[in-house]
Write a protein that binds this ligand. Sequence first.
Ligand SMILES: [Zn+2]
Length: 115
Amino acid sequence: MKRGSPHSERAGEAMLDAGTRAALYRALRELSCSRCGGRIREGELFTREAEPASGLPLVRICRGCAPFSKGGGLLDALLAPGGGEESRPTAAPVDAREKVLSRLGPALEASRRRR
Ligand SMILES: [Zn+2]
């Protein structure tokens, strides 16, 4: 293992259950939660909290201590300030079409099966 290699990498943002946004990090090697001391395994996501003394985000918090929901691309896009895609005119028609298809789909299949 190389010394000085990063312990973690940024992995987007998450919404905490408390309703606040938090930066997500992915552990690049096994780490421990600063709050409960639990293991954060390699590849697992965790959040950080600013250390009161320094204000730097040095406090590692595992998912068990700070439950968060990974919003995925859509939420990220919606929440990202100045994401450049503020209006999506196709969103509503696609949604409506999918609703129609999901309603018609089973019926169509059933009628096909009957023949
Ligand atoms: Zn923890």
